[in-house]
Design a protein around this ligand. Structure first.
Ligand SMILES: Nc1ncnc2c1ncn2[C@@H]1O[C@H](COP(=O)(O)OP(=O)(O)OP(=O)(O)O)[C@@H](O)[C@H]1O
Length: 226
């Protein structure tokens, strides 16, 4: 089943159009990667899907339901989980409290937190430590764990390896593999790190100046332009 359909979208900031006629689909259970250098529009794409910025053209559907005009919290309730760049955890709250907040915000009971903590061996021993004192890599893992507490159908990840040391990067790769196996997650990840992407994604598209292509993989399905 197609979980996410993005059809001919355009979006940007004020008068500046960043995304140009972007269209693709993500199948349930798939891990789709979008690669691109700095400033090509990867974060803008995730912001448009999550609802942080409005569309000026096109459609977005989640499991067949049109979400392109909904505010971010309604999209989250329908199953969009978004881990933006910069992590945005609550620094004064503990790891456990950060996760409980995410569960509550999506209408779930905080009792689910312990089950999710068990999936993150790096976080379990520091569950009562404040988010703000964690290392950058630990904060990244917390941002991921927190998002999962909302039990999303689709996970949007923005450059989880940015500013993270190589050992933690490897750990994030292992964690994502493990989570996929256990939870059957569907993931859309944007990155500029080719190695990281190749070790995770089922399919990779490239973003250049706000447009998508699949130049390095002729076997990949052609871009649907709706
Ligand atoms: N809030 C904003 N207001 C105005 N312009 C912005 C804003 N955020 C991003 N841009 C511009 O939009 C373009 C695309 O930026 P975007 O952050 O989507 O790129 P990116 O591919 O995610 O890059 P990076 O890997 O550096 O995060 C860039 O020219 C950037 O300067």
């Amino acid at each position: 089943m197609t979980l996410l359909t993005v059809a001919g979208i355009e979006a940007g900031y004020g008068q500046m159009r960043v995304l140009r006629n972007v269209g693709f689909a993500v199948e349930e259970g798939e891990f789709l990667g979008i690669l691109g250098h700095n400033g090509m529009g990867k974060s803008t794409l995730l912001k448009a899907i999550s609802g942080d910025i409005p569309l000026t053209r096109g459609r977005i559907a989640l499991a067949g339901q049109e979400i392109g005009g909904l505010p971010p919290h309604r999209r989250a309730r329908l199953g969009l989980g978004y881990v933006p760049q910069g992590r945005q955890i609550f620094p004064a709250l503990t790891v456990r409290e950060n996760m409980a907040m995410a569960a509550l915000a999506s209408g779930r009971s905080p009792v689910i937190v312990d089950g999710f903590l068990a999936l993150f061996p790096r976080l379990k021993p520091i569950a009562d430590r404040a988010g703000g004192v964690l290392s950058g890599g630990e904060q990244q893992i917390l941002a991921l764990a927190r998002c999962l507490c909302g039990q999303p159908r689709l996970l949007l990840l923005d450059e989880p390896t940015e500013g993270v040391q190589p050992s933690i990067r490897d750990e994030i790769v292992d964690t994502l593999h493990d989570l996929r196996k256990r939870l059957g997650l569907t993931i859309l990840l944007v990155e500029q790190n080719v190695q990281f992407m190749e070790s995770l994604a089922d399919r990779i598209l490239q973003m250049e100046k706000g447009c998508l292509s699949a130049p390095d993989n002729p076997a990949a399905p052609s871009m649907a332009v709706f």
